[in-house]
Design a protein around this ligand. Structure first.
Ligand code: GLU
Length: 457
């Protein structure tokens, strides 16, 4: 069977690094197994879901390198959910309840006070037809609960019934269905909570592996029971740890914290973001992978640690720098020309190779481009002025190559007796307007003889 996974965000905000984790983990899982990846928009919350967020999600996934094989919206599939709800109702497994949330809260408080677990007592199952009719006549609308299979025919006599699964991240897991309240699947207004649509879609799309954050572990036992009630074989489950901020708080997309957009705008490479999002909180050292393919070969769900994973944006800079230092010209050429870095003699490639190790982001190249093409002159120390004049006199004629700098400064050293910093720093400052930077050996040919002469005098 083709491995099929899905990533199911609600289009109610921009994706942040915490959402990138399940998206990427699913993608890598499918990539390694030549499987399929479905993007499902959980947009049944009409108030908060927007088309803009939906397209931003697709765009941000694309930036990361994720290209879903299929995508769909839950809001287009309501008839499927209605059919599943009808099937459950017909089997007596979805029953109407009329309690208000205040009533339910009072009951839970009472149960707790008596030292009992605050599990719903299925009182609504005892309602007779005329009682239901009276409540409806009063204007009450039912919400609908799924009858958990934790009894032997009499729902008021529950017994321990385990649902177990071998979690891809957490190993053997088990939950006693008698410890849970029958879950509400349909609200008073007829809208669906996340549970039933998600299961119906997973069945229809042939999802073989549900991989998601550990905030969903508690739902899994119930979901397995519903898969079974719909005559489907439950998928394999895996629950990875969640990313938190350094101080341990959850990352909320509503706060816009660390959105993929803002990281992209700050100039981070998708592979730096992806490597950190995936490898944080695993047994692997966080090293930048060159491609998702490479990451898929390194990462395994069993490597995810059980405790939460603290995401430190400070780690992103060095990781990004490491990647940028070895990016080939072909990968950045388009972006460089977008930064106004033109293909000039002796070529954009030579420029990139000269400066990349001094860049934390590709955009930093613009600074070095300015340094090479139009540096801001730095004040020249008085006793350097004469030295620079001599340097101008000794400047060799073109063509320039990687040996020109050594030959020139060698001759200058001989003539002036200067060496080390005293020899090199005034030249660097005059030629680039910077005190530090890329190897002058590579920069001098880019600056050329005419510009160098002008800057030295
Ligand atoms: N929309 C759900 C969420 O974002 C999906 C959960 C799941 O993967 O089952 O939490």
């Amino acid at each position: 069977m083709t491995v099929t996974v899905r990533f199911a965000p609600s289009p109610t905000g921009f994706l942040h690094i915490g959402n990138a984790r399940p998206a990427l983990i699913n993608w890598l899982f499918a990539l390694r197994r030549e499987g399929r990846f479905i993007l499902r928009y959980d947009d049944t919350d009409k108030e908060r879901s927007t088309d803009e967020f939906a397209s931003a999600i697709a765009e941000d996934l694309g930036w990361l390198g994720i290209a879903p094989h299929e995508s769909f919206r839950q809001s287009d599939r309501l008839p499927l959910y209605d059919a599943a709800a009808e099937k459950l109702k017909a089997a007596g497994l979805l029953y109407p309840c009329y309690e208000t949330s205040d009533e339910l809260e009072r009951r839970r408080a009472r149960a707790r006070a008596l030292g009992r677990p605050p599990v719903y007592d299925r009182a609504a199952l005892k309602l007779r037809d005329e009682e239901r009719a009276r409540l409806e006549a009063e204007g009450r609308r039912p919400h609908w609960r799924f009858l958990l299979p934790n009894h032997d025919g009499d729902p008021f006599v529950t017994r321990r019934v385990e649902r177990s699964w071998d979690d891809l991240c957490r190993g053997a897991q088990s939950i006693d269905l008698a410890s849970l309240s029958d879950p509400v699947l349909v609200r008073e207004d007829g809208s669906y909570l996340y549970t039933l649509p998600s299961i119906v879609d997973d069945i229809a799309a042939g999802v073989t592996h549900v991989i998601r954050g550990e905030d969903h572990v508690a739902n899994t036992g119930v979901q397995i029971a519903i898969f079974e009630a719909l005559d489907a074989v439950p998928p394999v489950f895996g629950h990875h740890n969640l990313l938190t901020t350094v101080s341990g708080e959850g990352l909320s997309k509503r706060k816009g914290a660390l959105s993929l957009r803002s990281l992209r705008e700050e100039g981070f490479e998708p592979m730096a973001v992806a490597s950190l999002a995936v490898l944080t909180g695993t047994s692997h050292a966080v090293e930048p992978a060159e491609s998702l393919h490479q990451l898929s070969e390194v990462f395994d769900l069993a490597d995810v640690s059980r405790s939460s994973a603290k995401f430190d944006p400070q780690e992103l800079r060095p990781l990004n720098a490491k990647l940028v230092h070895s990016l080939p010209y072909a990968d950045v050429a388009e972006r460089l020309s977008g930064l106004g870095i033109a293909e000039t003699h002796p070529g954009g490639e030579a420029f990139w190779l000269a400066v990349r190790e001094n860049c934390e982001t590709v955009a930093d190249a613009a600074r070095w481009w300015r340094a090479v093409t139009s540096p801001q002159p730095l004040p020249v120390a008085e006793d350097d002025a004469a030295f620079l004049r001599e340097a101008a006199e000794l400047l060799p004629p073109e063509p320039y190559d990687e040996t020109t700098w050594g030959a020139w400064t060698g001759a200058l050293k001989e003539r002036t007796g200067r060496k080390g910093r005293g020899l090199f720093l005034p030249l660097r400052k005059a030629l680039t307007g910077e005190e530090h930077g890329p190897d002058m050996k590579a920069l001098l040919p880019l600056i050329g003889q005419r510009n160098s002469a002008a800057r030295l005098s």
